[in-house]
Design a protein around this ligand. Structure first.
Ligand code: NDP
Length: 335
């Protein structure tokens, strides 16, 4: 899947195209490189940000038009000159939106040691979104039992986990999402105390007041814009906000201004940005917490699976209209 040109405004199918080519599945001896066969690819909102040439994504390279799109995924090693990986090993990490990917820096890949869980989970609950939820909630939000927690884009890859973590700790948890089906999922599958469809609410400030008469202690921010503005007014003194994402802004040529920032001062609110990649070195520690949650069914995970590379562009675009229900994954091959 190739990016045709830099993108302006909303991402569309015609911004990407499929190309078929043959490549040699050989790595040069002593090169330290590997080739992986891609199995599961992750669709993540930040990928849109890499399609527009901005001055600084702080270390994230912009996608060069004409090249395969890069993203996180799960793959199987088919050739290796890297001593720490051998043919047949399963890995997750940065790869390409293609059937096979030549990886020059295999030290960035994580070898998958636990295969009693679905492999696709390494794009979600056991991968980058999982680490984001874990670090964002437990570390940045510094939660305490009984606190009031609000999560936007709550049924997605990250949000559904934050809500379940907060429930496990004994917090009061409300989430918002964009359809009735997702609201049901939040309440009935993920155990949120309450949930609402933000698309049906005309006054978000009033909605949040209704859901949190005593205010919000913790806001897990996934959408930005009008939602953040309404939350700021409803935060409690010494509230914490984990700024994880602002998906409502990624396709806008001019981002929306925030009007209620003064609440940060009046209420002594702490807002901290989250960068999932900063926590990758803690992946092993994260798995020690997360794997038992998964195995014991303490935390459940909903995925939305698209079949085949040809459906990858549509799956990625769908994130920005809320087409996905749960973590959006693309299956390239199952083994
Ligand atoms: P999701 O699985 O939640 O998919 C995106 C969802 O966002 C959509 O399903 C849609 O759900 C919602 N959405 C789309 N457009 C809008 C809009 N204009 N206003 C409100 N909601 C919208 O994605 P993730 O869980 O993977 O990511 C959630 C957020 O976290 C994103 O902002 C992402 O960039 C960020 N993130 C940041 C990381 C970091 O390191 N800082 C790491 C991982 C994610 P709905 O139907 O509810 O509208």
């Amino acid at each position: 899947v190739i990016l045709k040109n830099f993108v302006n405004g909303f991402l569309k199918e015609s911004d990407m195209y499929l190309k078929t080519d043959s490549i040699s599945l050989k790595v040069e001896q002593g090169s330290n490189a590997v080739i992986i066969k891609n199995l599961y690819l992750s669709c993540d909102p930040y990928m849109r940000n890499r399609m527009t040439p901005v001055d600084d994504l702080n270390g994230f390279p912009i996608y060069p038009p004409g090249s395969p799109i890069e993203g996180l995924g799960v793959g199987k090693v088919v050739e290796s000159e890297y001593p720490e990986l051998k043919k047949g090993d399963l890995v997750w990490g940065m790869t390409g939106w293609e059937e096979y990917t030549f990886i020059n820096n295999p030290q960035t890949l994580f070898k998958i040691q636990h295969t009693d869980v679905p492999l696709s989970y390494y794009t979600g609950i056991l991968g980058m979104p999982g680490i984001s939820a874990w670090a964002g909630f437990y570390e940045i939000c510094a939660p305490k039992k009984g606190e009031y927690v609000y999560i936007s884009a709550a049924s997605g890859a990250v949000g559904q986990l934050v809500g379940q973590f907060a429930k496990l700790l004994g917090c009061y948890v409300v989430g918002s999402a964009g359809t009735k089906e997702k609201v049901e999922l939040l309440k009935n599958k993920f155990g949120f105390d309450d949930a609402f469809n933000y698309k049906e609410e005309h006054d978000l400030n009033a909605t949040l007041k209704r859901c949190f008469p005593e205010g919000i202690d913790i806001y897990f921010e996934n959408v930005g814009g009008k939602m953040l503005d309404a939350v700021l007014v409803n935060m409690r003194v010494r509230g914490r906000i984990a700024a994880c994402g602002m998906i409502s802004q990624y396709n806008l040529e001019q981002t929306q201004g925030i009007h209620n920032m003064i609440n940060v001062i009046y209420k002594g609110i702490r807002i901290e940005g989250l960068r999932a990649f900063d926590y990758f070195p803690q992946h092993a520690k994260f798995l020690e917490v997360m794997l038992p949650f998964v195995r014991e069914g303490k935390v459940v995970y909903v995925e939305d699976i698209a079949e085949g590379l040809e459906n990858a562009p549509g799956a990625l675009i769908g994130l920005f209209s809320g087409q996905n229900v749960g973590k959006q994954v693309v299956v390239v091959a199952r083994e």
